[in-house]
Unconditional design. Structure first.
Lengths: 81, 145, 145, 81
């Protein structure tokens, strides 16, 4: 699946998007998997409560299933307007 | 009407065009958000967004507002990219028969847009640049709707 | 800033001039009231006012709003005389650091202006002409402030 | 003192303003005095609850004193905005 990063999450991880092959069933499992990969992921995902996630461009929960999902995006709370 | 764009726009011209298109409605409310100066002197603001999701989130918020307050029309324009102090970041406009509906819908649009549309602001000052933190007050504002 | 005038004005141009003058404030809210059509077909609206008292009442209302919400600025423009359907009757604009203040002050200005500034509307339709009756909802709206 | 009339009050009385010599101490007394003058005043002031009064351009009460007042204005509830 495509994994996208925005704002400081993007800056910490160093890329705006990447293709990720995973067996993770939920967002939370995907996060744990990414954190074990490299230090930059561990740094970006250190405090999950400071992050938001969107599944196929809909705001979602970290407990949500990844079944059928093609695009996962991680970002800090929005500050538009 | 939803527009997400990098280019500047003219809020006055947008307001006039919007008002002309909803001539039957008696009440038009607009909100514009400008890049304001911050402590340390703001050089520029960079607005990042999530193409695709942004338009989708804004359209959903707009449709909710139109349905809930029976608006004649609602407009949202939001810029992204690099902006200088004083530039207009975004605007919303609402039109209704009575002013209470137009005001409530405009506030609703702003509250949701602030915390639910995928935009992130970064401020560049003389001391460096930093992402704007979300305000608790903005998240709390959603609870009243 | 208070203006009471017979001549038409351009709400978009006024909004832009207002926003440019309050560049430090991040949030600008505007309300415009347009002559809307009524059952029977509106030919024109005649707005009578009380010269002298009008300016005084509007200035008092504006000063109250500026003091209460620490606004950067507040603008009220109101026309009198004969207006056609679709024409802009009046506008208010408010500027503040945060949107909640700008919205609240604009609603306050409108609520007071509706029921406390000496203007009276007369509608001319195919069936004759009649003074617009004050709405209970408008008087009630004052109670929240 | 100058007495001003607006909107349908003006239309019923037939003039926008007039000079009135009166000994009335309050607005209510002035209204009673005017009502005895001519039918058009009686018609305009028939229902006081439908009227508003301003003394020297300040919204006031019908029970207020006229002492020192130079300008009295009668009109229906405002409908601006």
């Amino acid at each position: 699946m495509q994994v996208l990063y925005f704002a400081w999450v993007r800056e910490r991880i160093g890329v705006p998007r990447e293709e990720v092959q995973t067996q993770a069933a939920t967002v939370a499992e995907l996060v744990e998997e990414l954190k074990t990969r490299e230090e930059r992921y561990a740094a970006a995902f250190a405090d999950i409560s400071a992050l938001r996630v969107a599944l196929d461009q809909d705001l979602s929960e970290f407990t949500d299933s990844l079944e059928g999902v093609r695009e996962v995006a991680f970002f800090p709370p929005m500050t538009g307007g | 009407m939803i527009r997400v764009q990098q280019d500047p726009f003219d809020p006055g011209a947008e307001l006039n065009a919007f008002s002309a298109a909803v001539a039957g409605a008696g009440a038009v409310v607009s909100f514009s958000g400008l890049v304001r100066d911050v402590a340390g002197g703001l050089r520029a603001m960079e607005i990042e967004h999530y193409p695709g999701m942004t338009e989708k989130a804004l359209a959903e918020i707009r449709d909710q507002a139109v349905a809930r307050w029976a608006l004649a029309e609602a407009l949202v324009i939001h810029r992204h990219g690099r902006l200088e102090p004083g530039e207009v970041i975004m605007m919303v406009a609402t039109a209704a028969r009575h002013r209470a509906d137009a005001f409530a819908a405009a506030e609703f649009l702003m509250d949701y847009l602030k915390s639910r549309a995928p935009f992130w602001k970064k401020e560049e000052t003389g001391d460096g640049s930093d992402w704007v933190a979300a305000r608790d007050a903005d998240e709390d504002a959603l609870k009243r709707w």
